[in-house]
Design a protein around this ligand. Sequence first.
Ligand code: NAP
Length: 346
Amino acid sequence: MSTASPVGSHRVVSPAGALPQAADRLDPHPEIAEDEVRIGVERLNLDAASFRQLRTSHGGDGDAVRAAVLDIIERRGKMHNPVTGSGGMLIGTVEAVGPRSPLGLKTGQKVATLVSLTLTPLRITDGLARWDGRTEQVPAAGHAILFGRSIAAVLPEDLPEHLALAVLDVCGAPALVRRVVARRAHGTVAVLGAAGKSGSLALAAARDAGAATVLAVVRDQIEAAQLRGTGLADRIAVADATDPLGLAQAVTAELGGGADVTVVCVDVPGCEHGAVLATNTGGTVVFFSMATSFPAAALGAEGLAADVEMLIGNGYVPGHADYALHLVRENPHLKDLFTARVGEAR
Ligand code: NAP
């Protein structure tokens, strides 16, 4: 058994010198090094922005989407969508643990990987034959590799697996929102894409962290109806997050001004300028969405002379998995919303 780099650089095929996330191609061979772990894959969770892009570009043809996903994994040795740059995560069973792995995992445990599929060596062996190409969650067989410096969570036994997978996929959002909102006692918070998975968790975290007013911004009246009566938001506005002026107007009408914290949880591109315009001077925009263009955000804010802090939604915040699962367990409305969305997506 060989020793390896804890950050996985020994698995990079090209370009030389890159870390796995930036690599074009990884080597997913199944033999593990001393500090690696091999997972028997059971289900992938494609990141929402990636799945939407694939579905849209193939006109909703599930067979074509399946072929495209297989092609990406085959070519890249990982599920790294070259258009959106995003991936997702997976659940599976621990098959082998190297003697020097620091992750504390044991053979036979059911786990969710909490590092992106964009850097996880992956090989699929069943041609994704059980997937119709129409859902973010993908039944799959094959294996994935975790490095010394990876993260995984043992799946909770009290929640259905597909629900836990969906919660853990976006668990970075509530933890980051809690941290940012807690810093600003009694601030106002607007969540864009609030009826979605990361959006609804962000609402719950904002409330939990003591926000004065929580505003949910949703795409249409159907999503507004899903949130009404849940207590997750104080106010609900229907607006297109890609329409900067319309969005800013809707937020101002509800909050009597901009938001102190705006959280972007939408899965489509083009929300940067609206989010900046909808945020108060000195406020913070959290761009959790992987469909965000960071140049558009930075240059847009500069062009609007907007003095706002902008945070990239780092998918890792210590304690993020436990916090997200805690919110879902504690709030039956949030759990119902999630269950309906995940069920819908299956
Ligand atoms: P999701 O459950 O699909 O939620 C997205 C929500 O945005 C949906 O309710 C969607 O409505 C809504 N939406 C779409 N277009 C809109 C528009 N123009 N105006 C207003 N709302 C709109 O997605 P998710 O799983 O929460 O993921 C959200 C984003 O987080 C994605 O971009 C994903 O890539 C990203 N993400 C980031 C990380 C990280 O580590 N930073 C990790 C995981 C995911 P409809 O359903 O009606 O379209």
